[in-house]
Design a protein around this ligand. Sequence first.
Ligand code: GDP
Ligand code: MG
Length: 453
Amino acid sequence: MLEKLSSALKKGVKKITNAIFVDKKLIDEVIKEIQRALIEADVNVELVFQLSQKIKKLALDENIKKVDKKEQLIKLIHDEIEKLLGKGKELKIKKKTKILFLGLYGSGKTTTISKLGFYYAKRGKKVALLGLDTQRPAAMDQLEQMAKKAKVPVFIDKKEKSPEKIIKKYEKELAKYDLVLVDTAGRDGLNKELIKEIKSIEKKIKPDYRILVMPADIGQAAKTQAQEFQKALNIDGVVITRMDGTAKAGGALTACAETNAPIFFIGTGEKVHEIEIFNPSSFISRLLGMGDLNALLEKVKSATSEKQQKRIESKLKEGKFTLADMIEQTKAMGSMGGLSKIKDMIPGLGKVKLKDAKFDETEKKLSKWEHIIKSMTKEEVENPEILEKQTSRISRIAKGSGTTTTEIRMMLKQYKMLKEMMGMQNQIASGDGKIDQKMLQKMAKKFRGKIKL
Ligand code: GDP
Ligand code: MG
């Protein structure tokens, strides 16, 4: 269900989380990705544009501290998409509740009613289904079969053509149930005949809710349909079915939000248990892949402290990126998850293949590097280049730290590369946001397969 949208949104959020610097290039990339995904999910272009503008505005707001910015961006994306998705509403089932389901042909009424019968029976309600679709010859048989699957009693009359008479026939019997779900006939479109029929049924049933059933594959057309049914028949909300079978589900959901029609349930498959309460907040969390927004924001916060970031930034500017900074930086990247993510932090380097070490291997390496640094003099830490000229220093450090000279040389190599790489990133980040293609190619060539953190 909306897998493409979900994976694009997850990618965007991850990009922001893993970035050291939130720069214009990164934001443009993230916006483009989210835009493409939302439009593919059939969300109204105007709404997508508005969302992009909001992200851009926040990203370029100089009054927001850099570290806060990542959190705020993720929260903004979360909250705005949640708003786009519309409102959910819970059905209040009292002692006696009757619900009338309406909708066009094939929208999923009969299926939804059986699913809800199953759903509420499981939750201890005394449920019955009432079949009033006298239009289609096989409608009653279908409801009967599905009720059997749902294991709930069903009231139908295969010969009677008047819904009103069927209601009358079962009136007394139905009064014994907590919840009566009423199946009605559809039409190809909302015509006078359907309106008249529903109004007449409504008068006799006196339902607590009138729910419109719409399939997700109608996309943005859900807006007009909901509005028309709202106007003619005063619906209380909608159920969106077939969420599982279409990439356009975003259109149906957002269209409902625009009409203020709350969504009670979403149908996610053909089987009797495949229905769920629509809860926008948990739905968006699932789309974005965050179990809990607060937990994610906390992770962003701890991954790069503002102080740490400022220090590294200014050191880079002065060309004073030391070995200790490298360890600090590597740790920060490690705490954010996979270490190959370094490439996501460098604008435009996405395609370069970097070797990714396992997390605990990195931990081991880091602790070795820390030992090495402890055995170095202050001068050596600040200015590791002197080690290359005086190899006796390297032997001394190896002995002192319980490591090998090879390990020390490896660390120095990584340091040099990282320093150069970050220097380049800094150049890119502080420019006018345009990427110098030549420089990118140079970087890509230089670092391909070489970074092993
Ligand atoms: P009605 O004419 O409004 O009563 O629609 P039906 O209940 O007969 O459903 C029409 C078709 O949609 C049937 O083939 C159902 O199996 C299918 N359907 C309904 N809900 C879902 C759903 O959530 N997912 C999928 N994949 N199919 C559904
Ligand atoms: Mg039906």
